[in-house]
Design a protein around this ligand. Structure first.
Ligand code: AMP
Length: 462
């Protein structure tokens, strides 16, 4: 009888990734569920973070986007809850804080899946703003074993005595650097004041700029720091010291998971180029990042008028519309999703082959999270950035920070015009979204500009 073929590590692990889920010390029901979910081996971040987390240590876990961080803290958290819970009594022993509503739902779903093999069920409740608080209060009656929350809604619920955080023994900050930055600082400080001082704390992210290190130290106690992130993800200055080590440990050595491309294009030709790429590349779906809510609406509208199935996704939309749009995108009913950075962090959209930076992100950290929406769970993907003469310097900074140069390409028919001619046209395009929304006035192209443009276009194509 032929011997069974030796098992191959999953694309998310590599030869240096030790062992099996069972060897990490996880409860057997969790090991079975992980296997049922198709997780054959722990990913590197899971292999590194689960053992110290099971021992009760604080962990700062840094690993690339899409590398299984939710499973890393999720499995550890569920294992600890099995140990802590008492028969007939439900208390909130674990709190996971996330920056966006969509991420709250996604994490709660993942935890529910991971816990489905347990003999006595674990109650996971997601709470987030933008929807009525009453159903959430109802579902919190009798407490939840695990609460997944955005900070604002968590505080609202605490104020109404709908959640009790005094029994929390394990706190997870997912996308920790985002939660520690200015935007959430006050809310996070309040959340902290409601938690027991003696607790275990786990931080996870793909990025952790040095600026948040000091603040992190006030939350963590003798934390085990695990750094498997790409260099850009952690380095504020573009140093590549952890490059080889980090990439090898994350199983990313060799072919990069995300193929990064940069197309040089005049600002006013970006929508046409996007339309061209959507047609040419025939992506089943593509996530396109724009800088503003108006920009998203404006480009989505233009694409729709050209017969492309496109929608916008941003913070001005109702939560219902946000959820429906994301579901439609995931189900393939929408081909092009125009999103602000609200979609940059943590979202797992299965089978997303491409991300386009229509507008460049503000920082290298945002760039990492944006492009990390593709090539998840060991698959490959492409990230295309549109770069113009006015954003070239900014893109160079992003390249420097990630220690990687992205070759500039031109696309036939969309070659940039000489700088002087494109400037005027770009100004007009740049104000178009605002004008559509009743914003900035003026900056209409002059006759001379139009003539110059036409001449440049002819010259450029010849
Ligand atoms: P995350 O980085 O946590 O968003 O996970 C990205 C994707 O990887 C999700 O679809 C997970 O279900 C999947 N995943 C997590 N852990 C593993 C594993 N050990 N093996 C294979 N896939 C995994």
């Amino acid at each position: 009888m032929p011997l069974p073929a030796p098992a191959q590590p999953s694309p998310m692990s590599d030869a240096s990734t030790p062992t099996s889920f069972a060897a990490l010390g996880l409860a057997s029901a969790l090991v079975h569920t992980a296997t049922d979910l198709g997780f054959r081996w722990p990913t590197p971040i899971q292999a590194a973070a689960i053992p110290p987390a099971l021992k009760g240590q604080d962990v700062l876990g840094l690993a690339s986007t899409g590398s299984g961080k939710t499973g890393a803290y999720g499995l550890a958290l569920l294992h600890r809850i099995i140990q802590w819970r008492l028969p007939g009594q439900r208390q909130t022993h674990a709190l996971v804080v996330v920056p966006t509503r969509e991420l709250a739902l996604q994490v709660a779903d993942a935890l529910q899946s991971l816990s489905r093999g347990l003999r006595s069920p674990i109650k996971v409740v997601a709470v987030f703003g933008g929807v009525s608080i009453n159903p959430q209060m109802l579902s919190l009656r009798g407490a939840a074993d695990v609460l997944v929350a955005t900070p604002g809604r968590l505080l609202d619920l605490a104020e109404r005595n709908a959640v009790k955080l005094g029994q929390v023994q394990l706190l997870v900050l997912d996308e920790a650097d985002r939660l520690l930055d200015e935007g959430f600082a006050d809310e996070l400080a309040q959340v902290k004041s409601l938690l027991p001082a003696r607790r275990q704390t786990l931080f996870f992210s793909a990025t952790f700029p040095a600026a948040v290190d000091a603040l992190a130290a006030t939350w963590l106690h003798q934390a085990v720091r695990i750094d498997l992130a790409d260099p850009v993800d952690t380095s504020p200055d573009g140093s590549t010291a952890s490059d080889a080590r980090g990439r090898a440990a994350a199983g990313l050595a060799g072919t990069p998971r995300i193929e990064q491309r940069a197309i040089v294009v005049d600002t006013d030709r970006r929508t046409a180029l996007l339309r061209h790429l959507v047609r040419q590349e025939a992506w089943p779906r593509v996530l396109v990042f724009a800088a503003t809510r108006h920009g998203c609406e404006h480009v989505a509208e233009k694409l729709r008028r050209a017969g492309v199935s496109a929608a916008a996704f941003h913070g001005d939309m109702s939560q219902g519309a946000r959820t429906d749009t994301l579901a439609a995108f995931g189900a393939g009913a929408i081909q092009v999703l125009l999103a602000t950075d609200m979609a940059a962090r943590g979202l797992h959209i299965a089978g997303l082959p491409a991300v386009v930076n229509y507008d460049l992100p503000r920082s290298a950290v945002d760039y990492t999270h944006r492009i990390g929406r593709t090539a998840r769970a060991g698959s490959h993907g492409v990230a295309i950035s549109f770069v113009s003469s006015s954003t070239e310097a900014h893109f160079r900074l992003i390249e420097k920070r990630q220690g990687r140069r992205v070759p500039r390409e031109q696309c036939q028919g969309f070659e940039p015009r000489p700088v002087a001619a494109s400037d005027a046209a770009e100004t007009a395009e740049a104000v178009a979204p605002e004008r559509a929304a009743g914003g900035i006035k003026g900056a209409r192209k002059s006759r001379k500009d139009k003539l110059r443009e036409a001449a440049a276009r002819q010259g450029g194509r010849g």
